[in-house]
Design a protein around this ligand. Structure first.
Ligand code: FAD
Length: 317
């Protein structure tokens, strides 16, 4: 039987939806073991949040080196588990941390790596979207274990109840992995909104907001959505760069993407065109983003969004 390792992903002490997505992708290949890396004494609590997804086994590795030495220690531990269990594939979430761990593991175990997959097949072949999403590539690792990072929201997660066996694994973090130490870290200041790349719904504003994101934010909050922005908006200092969607920003693939006052430049499309449903609000009927839209509203966002927000709230009440 083929087997797959996934690196479980946690936010605020809870397993993320992306973890269920990579477990779902992994189960197409073989039995899924989720690796949980935790500070000493916290592994069981983290593992207990892995309640969903086709996960057969949870491997808990506890070490205070993960917090102290960061990505190097995590990659070191994951490489050791991969060397022991000889999986067909190792799947990780395609965020900056996941991709860095993946690259280090691939180097350590002399394996091939594919990043930003949007689909994974049973034979470990993958689909990627490149050149701003204009080209679809099918690729497969040709040497060693397939190390694959999977973009959030691109795999339909199988939320079946997970009843995994739990195993504690001990590893010795190598001296090489301890050569740099995290001396301090500041978690990002978070509002009540979901993380942009993981959100099911994203409402983005562009130059058409003229710097006033209140209507965009209110609409996003009514839907429980994350807020994105075009580069025109972030470059103008209207919204933080961390919220920029596009080629030089973040790639999102939500169930619903609402673009407000965004024209649809190729560089913006690159970051959002795999969204399942796209709604465009723009006062120019010729705006190129209407070509991608499932639903389009030709109108002033300041006139369209407030009643839409009230409408959503009324339906929820
Ligand atoms: C190398 C490179 C990388 C780039 N990377 C990115 C990237 O990652 N992300 C990104 O977004 N861009 C990126 N860009 C910039 C990109 O080319 C565009 O300039 C940018 O996306 C335009 O942003 P915008 O649509 O908000 O502004 P505009 O193109 O100016 O469009 C504003 C739109 O708002 C509409 N509008 C105005 N007022 C209203 C209103 N009241 N109500 C409704 N609609 C209104 C207008 O009709 C217009 O369509 C990059 C460019 C380069 C060269």
């Amino acid at each position: 039987m083929s087997n797959v390792l996934i690196l479980a992903d946690f936010v605020d002490g809870k397993a993320t939806k992306s973890t269920v997505e990579i477990a779902t992708a992994g189960a197409r290949i073989g039995e899924v073991s989720a690796v949980v890396m935790a500070p000493i004494g916290q592994g069981a609590a983290l593992a207990a949040t892995l309640t969903q997804g086709p996960i057969t086994k949870i491997l808990i590795i506890e070490s205070d080196d993960f917090a102290k030495h960061g990505v190097a220690a995590v990659a070191d531990a994951l490489s050791q588990v991969a060397n022991q269990s000889k999986p067909d594939a190792v799947l990780l979430v395609s965020h900056a941390f996941g991709k860095e761990v993946a690259a280090r593991v691939a180097m350590k175990i002399q394996a091939g790596i594919i990043t930003d997959a949007v689909d994974v097949a049973a034979d470990c072949s993958t689909t990627q979207l490149v050149f701003g999403g204009s080209t679809t590539v099918h690729s497969k690792v040709s040497q060693g274990i397939s190390i694959i990072t999977v973009r959030p929201n691109t795999i339909t997660a199988d939320f079946i109840a997970a009843i995994p066996a739990i195993e504690n694994v001990s590893v010795q973090i190598s001296e090489n992995a301890k050569k740099s130490t995290i001396t301090s870290s500041q978690p990002p200041v978070k509002g009540g909104r979901p993380e942009l790349t993981e959100a099911n719904i994203v409402v983005s504003g562009g130059r058409g907001t003229n710097g006033d994101f209140a209507a965009v934010e209110n609409f996003a909050d009514s839907l429980g959505a994350a807020v994105g922005a075009s580069r025109a908006a972030t470059d103008a200092g209207w919204y933080p760069h961390s919220h920029q969607v596009g080629q030089t920003g973040k790639t999102v693939s939500p169930q619903l993407y609402v673009a407000c006052g965004i024209s649809g430049a190729i560089q913006h499309r690159a970051g959002m065109q795999t969204s399942k449903t796209i709604v465009v609000i723009n006062k120019d009927p010729e705006a190129p983003l209407f070509e991608l839209a499932d639903f389009g509203v030709v109108g002033d966002l300041f006139a369209v969004l407030p009643p839409a927000t009230e409408g959503v709230k009324a339906r929820k009440a």
